[in-house]
Ligand binder design. Structure first.
Ligand code: 3PG
Length: 384
C-alpha cells in the first residue's frame, strides 16, 4: 500500500476518509467513540506535518436521502472535544458552497456532512468522486471499517487524487496479516449481530479456515429458518435464505444455538426460554439461551485463536445482553490470541470495560472478517 508520509502532506489540502459510522442514542449522543479516537493518530500526523487543511469525510448509518438524524454534526462536535481544536462543520459534502466554505476559512480542520446523503456514494459513482476530489490535493484513506464496500469515497476517488493509506488503515492491515499468518488451532470464530447479508458469505470462507463457527443474532435465526424451523418475527433476511440453506459443517463445525430467549416485543423487560423446536409465529428471538451460551463458552475456553464479531442478541435492550456479556467475558479470559471488532461489538466491550482485555481490537466488523477470509478488500486494491 502507498503509505502517507510527511512530504506528500506538507502544505496540501488533504481529503481524509474516516469511518465515523457510530451508533447514536435516542438523544443523538455517541454511544462509543472508539472509531473517533482511533482516527486521532492520522489527524495529529497531518497537523504535525503541516497539512494546509484537513477535510474529513465519512458515512453514518444507512440513510435514504438527507436524514437529519444521521447528520455528522454531533460527531464533528465530539471530535472537536477530543482534539481540543476548532472544527468547522459544513452541512454538505460536495459542491461550490462546500469548496468556498473551506477556501474562505482560516481554520484547519473541516468535517463534511454524511457522504451517504448522496446515493452516488454507495454506487461508486465517478462524477460524485470527482466532485469530492475538487476539494483537495491529496486523498488519505483511513476508513478501514468500510474498505469492504466499493463506495465512491474509497474507490472511484482514487482516480482523481494522489491516494495514500492513513495510519489506522496501515495498522489494521498489518495486525490482521500477522494474525492470518499465525492462526493456531483450535480456531474459534463467533459471529452475531444484525448485518446478515454482509456476514453470511464470510461464513462460507471461514468454514475452510476455522475449527468451530459459533453463530448468534440474525445469522443464527436465518440459518434455522433456512433449515425449515419457525423463527416467528425474529430478525432474518429472507433473500439470504437460499444461500443460508447451503451452509453446513465442512472443515469447521458450524454450531447453532438451540435454546433462545424469546419475547413478544423488542422493548420487553423480560423474556422466556424456549428450544428452537417450540418457537411459534408470534415469538421474537432476542438472545441465545443458557445451554447454548455454556456450549459456546466451553469452546471459547479451549480455543488457541478466537475471532469475534457481533452480539448474540438484541444488545440495545439491556435485558437481553446476558449471552453477549458471558461470551465477551469468556473471550477476555482466554489468554491465547483473541481478536474482536465491529461497531456493535465495540459498544459492548466498551460498556463492559473489557476493551484492553483482547489481543487485538479492530474498528472494522465486516471489513475485518472479509480481510481475514479473503486476504484483501476491494478498496485496498486502489492504494497499491
Ligand atoms: C461498518 O460499520 O461495518 C462500516 O462502517 C460499514 O457500514 P455499512 O455496513 O452500513 O456499509
Amino acid at each position: 500500500m502507498k503509505k502517507i508520509n510527511s512530504q506528500i502532506v506538507k502544505n496540501k489540502q488533504v481529503l481524509l476518509r474516516v469511518d465515523y459510522n457510530v451508533d447514536l442514542d435516542k438523544k443523538g449522543k455517541i454511544i462509543s467513540d472508539f472509531r473517533l479516537r482511533a482516527s486521532l493518530p492520522t489527524i495529529n500526523f497531518l497537523l504535525k506535518n503541516k497539512a494546509k487543511k484537513i477535510i474529513i469525510i465519512s458515512h453514518l448509518g444507512r440513510p435514504e436521502g438527507k436524514d437529519k438524524k444521521l447528520s455528522l454534526l454531533p460527531i464533528a462536535k465530539h471530535l472537536e472535544k477530543l482534539l481540543n481544536q476548532k472544527i468547522i462543520f459544513i452541512d454538505d459534502c460536495v459542491g461550490k458552497k462546500v469548496k468556498e466554505a473551506i477556501e474562505s476559512s482560516e481554520e484547519k480542520i473541516f468535517v463534511l456532512e454524511n457522504l451517504r446523503f448522496y446515493k452516488e456514494e454507495e454506487k461508486n459513482d465517478k462524477s460524485f468522486a470527482q466532485e469530492l476530489a475538487k476539494l483537495a490535493d491529496v486523498y488519505v484513506n483511513d476508513a478501514f471499517g468500510v474498505c469492504h464496500r466499493l463506495n465512491a469515497s474509497v474507490g472511484a476517488i482514487t482516480n482523481f487524487l494522489p491516494s495514500y493509506s492513513g495510519l489506522l488503515l496501515e495498522k489494521e492491515v498489518k495486525n490482521l496479516q500477522k494474525l492470518k499468518k499465525n492462526i493456531k488451532h483450535p480456531f474459534v470464530v463467533i459471529l452475531g449481530g444484525a448485518k446478515i447479508s454482509t456476514k453470511l458469505p464470510i461464513i462460507n470462507e471461514f468454514l475452510d479456515i476455522a475449527d468451530y463457527i459459533l453463530l448468534g443474532g440474525g445469522l443464527a435465526n436465518t440459518i434455522w429458518k433456512a433449515r425449515g424451523f419457525e423463527v416467528g418475527k425474529s430478525l432474518i433476511e429472507e433473500e439470504k435464505i437460499p444461500e443460508a440453506k447451503k451452509l453446513g459443517s465442512r472443515k469447521a463445525e458450524l454450531i447453532l444455538p438451540r435454546d433462545f430467549i424469546i419475547t413478544s416485543s423488542f422493548e420487553s423487560s423480560k423474556g422466556k426460554l424456549k428450544e428452537i423446536e417450540n418457537i411459534n409465529k408470534k415469538d421474537i428471538i432476542v438472545d441465545i439461551g443458557e445451554t447454548s451460551t455454556k456450549v459456546f463458552c466451553q469452546l471459547i475456553k479451549s480455543a488457541k485463536t478466537i475471532l469475534w464479531n457481533g452480539p448474540m442478541g438484541y444488545w440495545e435492550n439491556k435485558n437481553f445482553q446476558t449471552a453477549t456479556i458471558k461470551i465477551a467475558k469468556a473471550i477476555a479470559q482466554n489468554k491465547n490470541f483473541t481478536v474482536v471488532g465491529g461497531g456493535e461489538t465495540l459498544i459492548a466491550i466498551e460498556q463492559l470495560k473489557l476493551i484492553d482485555k483482547y489481543s487485538l481490537v479492530s474498528t472494522g466488523g465486516g471489513a475485518m472478517l472479509e480481510f481475514l477470509a479473503k486476504d484483501n478488500l476491494p478498496a485496498l486494491k486502489f492504494l497499491e
